[in-house]
Design a protein around this ligand. Structure first.
Ligand code: FES
Length: 187
């Protein structure tokens, strides 16, 4: 299935599939045969792929359409309708900005804009180096800490624009320290 799909791509589409995406597509090709060939399985199948791989590669949507006997536009339409689905691989530091009511009232949109500016990406995007991904989420259940942001697994409370800078700086410092440690180990 995967080879057939790759063969149907033009050169630039094929070149855009990096090793990481290829590995995900290969895994999806191995998983799909266990999914019943029924269009009613569409949403559960997309959820399965996203849960396992963190996102829905666009080519995986073609494979799902082929397996369930439906059109790519239908699969794509459903996947884009529900905002639980994402089309970019999550970054190593996924940042989720809460835009539930309490966080919205306390300036969540401004916080999201600050992250966008600082990282040079828009919501639902991943930075080119895959270091960061950014998304808006509904209430994360800690409204007393609004505006709140989840960075990786950690909840950041009462986030302000200057705290946005602090969060990114902390990640960069941690990264730099890890790189130095690794270099030391290699010496
Ligand atoms: S609205 Fe943001 S934590 Fe509830």
């Amino acid at each position: 299935m995967l080879n057939k799909l790759l063969a149907s791509l033009d050169e630039s589409e094929r070149a855009a599939v990096d090793d990481e995406e290829y590995a995900v597509l290969k895994a999806v090709a191995a998983e799909l045969p266990s999914v019943k060939r029924d269009v009613l399985e569409l949403i559960p199948t997309l959820q399965l792929i996203q849960t396992k791989h963190g996102y829905l590669p666009r080519l995986a949507l073609r494979m799902v359409a082929d397996h369930l006997g439906t059109t790519v536009s239908k699969v794509y339409g459903i996947a884009t309708f529900y905002n639980q689905f994402r089309f970019n691989p999550p970054g190593r530091n996924p940042i989720k900005v809460c835009l539930g009511t309490a966080c919205h009232v306390k300036g969540g949109e401004i916080i999201l804009e600050n992250f966008e500016r600082r990282l040079g990406i828009k919501e639902n995007e991943t930075s080119e180096d895959r270091e960061y991904s950014l998304e808006r989420v509904a209430c994360i259940g800690c409204c007393a800490l609004a505006p709140a942001v989840v960075v990786g697994e950690k909840v950041e409370a009462y986030v302000t624009p200057s705290k946005v800078e602090g969060i990114i700086t902390e990640i960069e410092v941690r990264k730099e320290m890890a790189a130095r440690e690794q270099k030391k180990d290699e010496e």
